[in-house]
Design a protein around this ligand. Structure first.
Ligand SMILES: NC(=O)c1ccc[n+]([C@@H]2O[C@H](COP(=O)([O-])OP(=O)(O)OC[C@H]3O[C@@H](n4cnc5c(N)ncnc54)[C@H](O)[C@@H]3O)[C@@H](O)[C@H]2O)c1
Length: 249
């Protein structure tokens, strides 16, 4: 087991990428704080982890709320005494054009998708520094954070922010032995904000198959385990090679 006894907070862990990551890290011995805004989703995942022999508890929090995050960190420390791993996974998308999006829609996407990882990063890192033990943080980015798109103006801007937030967190937290990295998914399982997996979604990557949540979970496990000890401040593309291709080639 690669994470025996370590305590991990995973946001948006109620389904898809977060759920699969929670289950894989639990199977590697970590105690999992299954954080989701939707109570039913988090409870289901925590129950499934426990049924499989792991340790998990569901916590309801909105990652965009500073008071929720302060309380969450206190509650997780109350439950297990420490925090060793943070996976900033929760995000929402807008799918809007700049000519159509409202300020309120923009604000909410930025609050959840960019400010959320900042808030979790700040309060969890404070706890890790106070503990004086090594920490690992992974921010889930998106290929949408590296390219312009016809839709999703707020989401692409937020994910661009997540990429550079990751680098700055890595620089600022390195002296405290907290290692920060990110992963960059593209078209994994169901689209962000959706439950349904569409098997007819066109596959344009170099692997010739759709990405599945376990592809992300295994990359995240690598980044929080000692196997990646010398990897810091990186955004690891887990996208089937789609961004390696020349557009239109
Ligand atoms: N699925 C993809 O194809 C894909 C592609 C690129 C990047 N990503 C990124 O991967 C991550 C996970 O994506 P997914 O498709 O698994 O998402 P999802 O929409 O399937 O699940 C996200 C979970 O987060 C929860 N959530 C939403 N807002 C929240 C909030 N404010 N506070 C707490 N929980 C909240 C939801 O209830 C849901 O259970 C996101 O960061 C996303 O941007 C996904």
């Amino acid at each position: 087991m690669k994470l025996k006894g370590q305590v991990a907070i995973i946001t948006g862990a109620g389904r898809n990428i977060g759920e699969e990551t929670a289950k894989l890290l639990a199977a590697e011995g970590a105690k999992i704080a299954v954080v989701d805004m939707d109570p039913g989703r988090g409870e289901r995942v925590a129950a499934e982890i426990k049924k499989a022999g792991g340790d998990a508890k569901a916590f309801v929090a909105d990652v965009a709320s500073e008071s929720d995050i302060e309380r969450l960190v206190k509650d997780v420390v109350g439950q297990w005494g420490q925090i060793d791993i943070l996976i900033n996974n929760a995000a929402i998308s807008d799918n809007k054009h700049i000519l159509d999006i409202t300020k309120a829609e923009w604000d909410r996407v930025i609050a959840v998708t960019l400010t959320g990882p900042f808030l979790l990063g700040k309060y969890v890192a404070k706890q890790m520094v106070a503990q004086g033990s090594p920490g690992k943080i992974v921010n889930v980015g998106s290929t949408s954070g590296f390219y312009g798109r016809k839709r999703a103006v707020a989401y692409t801007a937020a994910k661009g922010g997540v990429a550079n937030l990751t680098r700055t967190m890595a620089v600022q937290l390195a002296p405290h032995n907290i290692r920060v990295n990110g992963v960059v998914p593209n078209k994994i399982g169901s689209p962000v904000g959706k439950d349904e997996f569409d098997p007819t979604r066109p596959v344009v990557n170099l692997r010739g198959r759709p990405g599945i949540p376990n592809d992300m979970a295994r990359a995240i496990l690598f980044l929080v385990s000692d196997d990646s000890d010398f990897v810091v401040g990186d955004m690891l593309f887990v996208d089937g090679g789609v961004t390696a291709m020349m557009p239109g080639d």
